[in-house]
Design a binder for this molecule. Structure first.
Ligand code: CAO
Length: 441
């Protein structure tokens, strides 16, 4: 029997992550790849799998704990046969230091016998050097422990980090410390008085005074989504424009492909058609695919079309990005919609799968409703809200005909996109969806 430690893997540049769920307990028998814990960073939520089969000997984290890449999460006691198989190919594991397998999602270390881990095998090898549980970035001149992302956020808020106290290990400053500091300053009126946002706070109400209540802490992802929505709502002057696309023919074509889709093992919803039509309309109306530079002086045009797709999950809203939509077939897009939506719901999206979007689609078509005004996902400048298609009587010049109409709402950043730009984009989109032969033009 050998003891294997499972560490926090590369979390895609995210600076720290919170343990939001423990999926195993000490003594549990786990299989290879079985999920051990769920982490939530400010970029993604992810499950950390067991890298070997065995028994959970130690659980070194608890719910709510903040962890960083390289921190030890779990110690698994495993049959040596499996372990040796893994470590034999790893030259570092033969040495005194713990062996780290390169390029895996999770580091595996074979622990040499050490008193606190009570190794059971006499063949278990020498003691591993003590690892620092959390890597601390260098202190700055003012003795502030903070990572680059926190320092960037402080610059955005215009905060002096030495005024903020850190709640992380060894006083390390975390993003939530900055948020709490700003929140406190806003509610105390301090920022308003010094020329800050000056938005009057919503009063804190004791709801229990009016009846029974229940409280539930927000998940990190929900808090982050809320903060992003507020940031986008406050920073972006929004305009929303509406139209309906006649998708009667598109729907007939799509339904005709149902059998072929089943044979291919996929499902063709209206989403791949929407993605494809948006890609063509964005190519022809590049302003909708641009972003404003940080100083607001330059417009950045992108020669690629990567589209975000809002996915509704029990853990909150995720926006995975489908890359190079203009270069993919409807079948490819159908597969990718299913794959990314599945990963979002299973909390398996990697941070890099949620980056680089140019424009977002938010479809509530499968849920219902006649229309909504989506909030732009800045620094993107446009987002398309899609509602449920329904049969409506449409006047064709001589009579009313029953047509399947798809309600669309385009929200845009009015600093970048004018009504004319948006009107042309939406009109083209409607034309493309109403006659999908135009997608080939
Ligand atoms: N009108 C009518 N029916 C529609 C439709 C529309 N606009 N869009 C989809 N449908 C149908 C589909 O064809 C499917 O029907 P069948 O099961 O009979 O074939 C059904 O609705 C369910 O589709 P779906 O929602 O599972 O699949 P999708 O490809 O259309 O969408 C996804 C995928 C991931 C975008 C969607 O599941 C989702 O999560 N939407 C929510 C997005 C969201 O929350 N936006 C709000 C963000 S702001 O809070």
């Amino acid at each position: 029997m050998a003891k294997i430690i499972v560490k926090v893997p590369d979390i895609g540049g995210a600076e720290g992550a919170e343990v939001i769920e423990l999926l195993v307990a000490v003594g549990d028998v786990v299989e290879l790849e079985q999920s051990l814990i769920v982490l939530e960073s400010d970029k993604a939520s992810m499950e950390i799998p067991a890298t070997v089969a065995g028994t959970v000997a130690e659980l070194l984290v608890s719910e709510g704990k903040e962890v960083c890449e390289g921190d030890v999460i779990v110690v698994i006691e495993s049959e040596t046969a499996n372990v040796l198989e893994v470590t034999a190919t790893d030259p570092v594991a033969e040495a005194d230091s713990p062996g780290v397998l390169p390029a895996t999602d999770t580091d595996i270390n074979v622990l040499r016998p050490e008193p606190e881990l009570e190794p059971t095998s006499a063949t278990a090898v020498k003691k591993a050097p003590q690892q620092s549980p959390i890597e601390l970035p260098d202190r700055d001149d003012n003795s502030v422990y903070a990572g680059p992302a926190v320092r960037k956020l402080a610059r955005e808020f215009g905060l002096d980090l030495s005024e903020v106290s850190g709640s992380g290990p060894k006083g390390r400053l975390m993003k939530q410390d900055l948020h709490a500091f700003v929140q406190k300053a806003l509610s105390s009126g301090a920022v308003g008085a010094t020329g800050g946002a000056g938005i009057p706070p919503v009063p804190d109400v004791d709801f229990s005074a009016f009846g029974e209540i229940r409280t539930e802490p927000l998940t990190k992802m929900a808090k982050l989504t809320g903060a992003n929505m507020q940031r986008n709502w406050l920073n972006v002057p929004h305009v929303t424009q509406f139209d309906d696309a006649d998708i009667t023919e598109l729907e007939a074509f799509r339904k005709g492909l149902k059998g072929e889709a089943e044979k291919r093992g996929t499902k063709l919803t209206p989403m791949p058609f929407l993605l494809k039509a948006c890609a063509v309309a964005l190519r022809d109306n590049p302003k909708l695919c641009s972003s404003l530079s940080g100083d607001g002086k330059t417009l950045i045009y992108k020669n690629y079309i990567h589209l975000g797709m809002a996915v509704d999950t029990p853990a909150g809203l995720f926006v995975p990005v489908i890359r190079d939509v203009d270069k993919k077939s409807l079948w490819d897009l159908a597969d990718e919609v299913i794959e990314l939506a599945g990963k979002a719901r299973d909390r398996k999206l990697r941070p890099d799968e949620m980056r680089g979007g140019c424009f977002t689609l938010s479809s509530l078509g499968g849920i219902g409703g006649r229309g909504f005004t989506p909030i732009v996902n800045a620094p993107e400048v446009g987002i398309l809200g899609v509602s449920k298609a329904d049969i409506h009587p449409v006047w064709d010049g001589e009579e009313f005909k029953p047509r399947q109409m798809l309600p669309l709402a385009l929200s845009y950043d009015h600093r970048v996109v004018n009504g004319g730009d948006a009107g042309r984009f939406l009109t083209q989109l409607v034309a493309l969806l109403s006659d999908i032969r135009r997608l080939a033009l």
